[in-house]
Structures are given as structure tokens and as C-alpha cells.
Design a protein around this ligand. Structure first.
Ligand SMILES: Nc1ncnc2c1ncn2[C@@H]1O[C@H](COP(=O)(O)OP(=O)(O)OP(=O)(O)O)[C@@H](O)[C@H]1O
Ligand SMILES: [Mg+2]
Length: 393
């Protein structure tokens, strides 16, 4: 009996942290990073910080940097900046060192690792506690020896740190100090970090007499933004092409525009339009239905959770902003809310701290998250009408 041809799997990846089948618009960053790996120690892009709002593709960019590093046979340690991350990196580095070594115990005779149950009897009386720095130095020494012996290009180590947050300032300073030493020693190391702007900015600012995180300040800053619309079109097209499905020109055009260049939306629009394909084609109707679903999903996954924990007044402030088509003037917001400037100013600060809004030009604020305005207009319009008598009938 002839088998029924299988319907291809949906090729879009509308999941946070998941690398898409076709990456849109990040080529230059990858080329720069690749060049930095080849240029050698000291090249600027070897220490990079990626910032941008939720869903803009920061984690995906870190994944891609890891892929680039692996094409050069580099080691990769991938971590999130939660408590204890220095220890976890040290432990990962230690296991890399063990893998590298034929006779780890001999090589490691100066390093005591009680938590790994190491045999301490053979170790001389003074055995310094292994630190992230000592283990990484050992790893770099060992690898450099091997590279020389084999006459090969130096093999380095990339550490990625996602969800960078000032709440872990002390550990980040500790990490930075170690990395600074290694950089000064011309080790083959690269660091790529990522976080939302509100969580990263305080790390870059001077901090009441404390050691600011110098290595962060000097780092290559990558501010990820929207993907240019032409590259969205290519990415949507190439993604479905891989499973043998094509778009009608109007459908592709419509879908491309609906993403607004926002990476999470590229995947959501693609995914939901794909669900409606007929024959081997995604047509205009499939896209129109898909866009509605994608918007709803974006609201559920990104916007709704982000406002769920806010107070009533915080939310009122955000809704008051949604009347404007661009950044909102503080005095307008205060007038719409029927409060004085100082009261509105307090909520402005709260919302900046909560990473919901950011100051733009003097006296103006805008939403941090893409499509927040549209979300509030469609979900909280009634609420807004009730509250702000200033709004037109
Ligand atoms: N360059 C890109 N082209 C196409 N899709 C992308 C691109 N970058 C990311 N995506 C998609 O966008 C979504 C969000 O990506 P990612 O998780 O990397 O965002 P993020 O900035 O790390 O978000 P968060 O701040 O919530 O951690 C994922 O579904 C991913 O597949
Ligand atoms: Mg992320």
C-alpha cells in the first residue's frame, strides 16, 4: 500500500532560548566574533556583552557564539548568572582538565579538591585551595603544551554567561577579576555575556566606591535590536523551504511586515502561519489567521506575565502611555492619570526599575518591550476609556 506522505514538522522555533533553523540578521556579530577568535588574545570582541529586551535573541546569539567557537575546536562552558556560577564554571573547567589529561592526578598534584574526594595523601603539605583562576590557568597551560607539541592553532576557551544581573554584583566582580588576570596573561580566552539593559546597566555604572566591573566597561557592547525587514523575509522563506513549503508573494510580504522585525515574532508568525498551509503553500489567508494567533501568543507569553506583578497604579501608568504612537511625554502621562508631576515621577522610577519602561529624550519615556503598546491597546482599552476622561469619545 502506498504510504501517506507525512506532513512536515513545523520548522519554526517559538521557544525562548532555542536557536532558529534560519538565523536572521546577526551575521556581522558572528563574523566579528569569528575574527576575534582568530586574531588572538587582546582582540576586543573576545569579551562581549549582549543587551536587548526580552525575546530579541540574546540567548540565541550566545548559542551562535558557542557554535563559532566550536568550529575552531574551542572548549565551551555555558552558564547562567545565578548564585554560585563561579563555582560551577570552576567545576566544569576541572572536568575539561581531567578529560584533557592522560594522568590527571600527576598533573594536578598541587591542586586539592576535597569536594571531589581527591586523594590528598600524595599532596605536599601546602596545597592551595583551587580557585577558578588556578584551574583555568592549569587548563590553558596544559592545552598550550599540547598545541605546541602537535603544532596546531591554539585551542581556547569560551565562557558564556546568560541572564547577567546586577543582583549578583559580587560574584560578577569576582569573575571579572579572574578574567582580567587571564586576559593580561594573554590566555586564549573569550567571554560572551547577555542580559536585559535594566539588569546590566547598574553593573557598568560606578558603584559607591566599590570596584566597578572594569572588564565589563571595556567589553564590546552588542545592543541587539530588531532585524531588518528584508532579512526577516529571507529567513521566513528559507525556513519553510527546508521542509518543502513555499509562500505566495503576498503572504510572505504580509507575514514579514507583521513581525516588525522582532525575533520572537518571526518565530511566532512563522509557526502559526505554517499551521494553516494547504497543498505545499502558505497563502494570504493562512497568514492572516496566523498573525492573529501569533499576537495573542505574544501577549500571553511576553506581555501578560510582565505586567502581572505590577500594582494597579503601575498598570494605569502604562495604559496612559498607550495613547501615544511613540514615546510619551511625562507631563501628558501625569495629566491623563490626573496626578501631579512628583507622583507620576515616583511611578516612572518604579517602572524603570521594573524594566517596563526606559527614558528616551528628556522628559519622555517609552516601553521596554516591543508590541507592549499594541497589547495594552487591545487588552486594556476599555479600562483606559473608563479611567481617562481625556480620551476622545
Ligand atoms: N536572529 C534571529 N532570527 C530568527 N529568530 C530568532 C533570532 N534570534 C532569536 N530568535 C527567536 O526568538 C525567540 C527569542 O530568542 P531568545 O530566547 O534568544 O531571546 P532573549 O533575548 O534571550 O530573550 P530573554 O531576555 O527572554 O532571555 C526564540 O524563539 C528564537 O528562536
Ligand atoms: Mg535569553
Amino acid at each position: 500500500m502506498p504510504s501517506i506522505p507525512a506532513r512536515p514538522r513545523n520548522p519554526f522555533t517559538a521557544t525562548v532560548g532555542k536557536t532558529p533553523l534560519v538565523l536572521a540578521g546577526r551575521d556581522q556579530y558572528l563574523r566579528d566574533f569569528d575574527a576575534a577568535i582568530q586574531d588572538g588574545p587582546g582582540s576586543h570582541e573576545r569579551i562581549s556583552i549582549v543587551t536587548g529586551p526580552r525575546g530579541i535573541g540574546k540567548t540565541v546569539l550566545l548559542n551562535e557564539f558557542e557554535a563559532v567557537a566550536k568550529t575552531h575546536s574551542w572548549y565551551v562552558i555555558s552558564e547562567t548568572t545565578t548564585r554560585g556560577f563561579n563555582d560551577r564554571i570552576r567545576d566544569r573547567a576541572f572536568s575539561l582538565l581531567q578529560d584533557l589529561s592522560d594522568e590527571p592526578k600527576q598533573r594536578l598534584s598541587g591542586i586539592k579538591l576535597p569536594y571531589l574526594g581527591f586523594d590528598t595523601e600524595a599532596i605536599p603539605s601546602f596545597s592551595p585551595t583551587p580557585t577558578l583562576r588556578s584551574i583555568l590557568e592549569e587548563l590553558f597551560d596544559r592545552q598550550a603544551e599540547l598545541d605546541t607539541r602537535l603544532g596546531q592553532e591554539p585551542v581556547g576557551l569560551l565562557i558564556t554567561l546568560d541572564e547577567l544581573h546586577y543582583a549578583h554584583m559580587d560574584e560578577i566582580i569576582e569573575f571579572g577579576t579572574t578574567i582580567q588576570h587571564l586576559v593580561r596573561e594573554n590566555r586564549e580566552i573569550a567571554i560572551a555575556m547577555a542580559g536585559i539593559p535594566g539588569a546590566v546597566k547598574p553593573l557598568l555604572a560606578a558603584d559607591e566606591g566599590r570596584n566597578p566591573v572594569t572588564f565589563l566597561r571595556r567589553a564590546n557592547k552588542i545592543e541587539t535590536g530588531m532585524v531588518p525587514i528584508e532579512e526577516v523575509r529571507t529567513a521566513l522563506d528559507k525556513t519553510t523551504e527546508q521542509v518543502g513549503i513555499s509562500w505566495t508573494p503576498q503572504a510572505l510580504d504580509h507575514a514579514t511586515k507583521a513581525t516588525g522585525g522582532y525575533p520572537f515574532m518571526i518565530q511566532l508568525v512563522g509557526q502559526h502561519a505554517f499551521r494553516n498551509y494547504t497543498g505545499n503553500t502558505i497563502d494570504e489567508e493562512a497568514v492572516s489567521r496566523g498573525i492573529g494567533d501569533a499576537r495573542r501568543k505574544l501577549g500571553q507569553l511576553v506581555h501578560e506575565p510582565s505586567i502581572a506583578d505590577l500594582s494597579e497604579v503601575d498598570r494605569t501608568f502604562l495604559i496612559a502611555m498607550s495613547t501615544d504612537d511613540g514615546p510619551s511625554r511625562m507631563s501628558d502621562i501625569a495629566a491623563r492619570m490626573g496626578v501631579d508631576a512628583q507622583y507620576a515621577g515616583n511611578y516612572r522610577k518604579r517602572l524603570i526599575d521594573a524594566e517596563m519602561i526606559r527614558p528616551t529624550a528628556h522628559g519622555f519615556v517609552d516601553y521596554e518591550l516591543p508590541y507592549m503598546r499594541e497589547y495594552l491597546r487591545s487588552h486594556h482599552a476599555a479600562e483606559a476609556m473608563e479611567q481617562f476622561s481625556i480620551w476622545p469619545e
